[in-house]
Design a protein around this ligand. Sequence first.
Ligand code: GLN
Length: 258
Amino acid sequence: MKYSLNIGWLYPDLMSIYGDRGNIISLTKRCQWRGIGVEVSPISLQSSEKDLSSCDILMMGGAQDSQQTIVAQDLSKKKKVLSEMVESGIPGIYVCGGFQFLGHYYKEADGTKIEQLGVLDVYTENPGRERLIGNIAIKVENSKFNFKDLVVGFENHGGRTILGSKVEPLGKVIFGYGSNDSAKEEGAVYKNSIGTYLHGPILPKNPEIADWLIEKALEKKYPSLSLGQINNILLPIDDSMSQKAKEAVLKMLGIVDN
Ligand code: GLN
């Protein structure tokens, strides 16, 4: 195959809840349907920094606090490589616990502070109040994306994430909670990395985000490709089923008419 991408699935055995593995299936299928070769590399406790640095797209799902503590210890060894990858524009999507990992720190409900990677200018504190649970719809208006769209998902988190000045929110909350209980904003975007609370999984229901990640990965791995050539590779796919799934959620939430 002319083009190929290595999808790094960070901690599939510890960080993958509420269907997050669907993000890997979505990225894999959408590449394969366009004739792009795909390898999926699970990156976990036994993986080396070299295994990580060979990835072209990264995906990390969510977890409970107990798994996050184990992963935090391991990630401290891979921090330099992961930071360099994010800084250099390797695209990635980091969901819920994964999102929290990229920030400066995560404070658990009992006050335990876990240092995080500090790659994204955000921090998270779990005040031990009610968890923020339910279906969520956001409007993505960030100028980084070639789409302005309603994006749907499912959130379940105790942590409240506060954004610093170096990141932009992924979208405005139309229904649900988002990053914390007051800002009405969801997620954070930095370079080609997206942190979000949207499980669901997010990519099969919102394939425009999957294609954005694939586009960025191709740009990075094959810098001689023009935008026109990339568009020729990323030919449209019949997404009517995904569209219907998204519409069903939007109708259920009363955002679009039945
Ligand atoms: N432990 C984190 C929280 O509750 C992450 C939860 C998740 O990944 N769904 O805030």
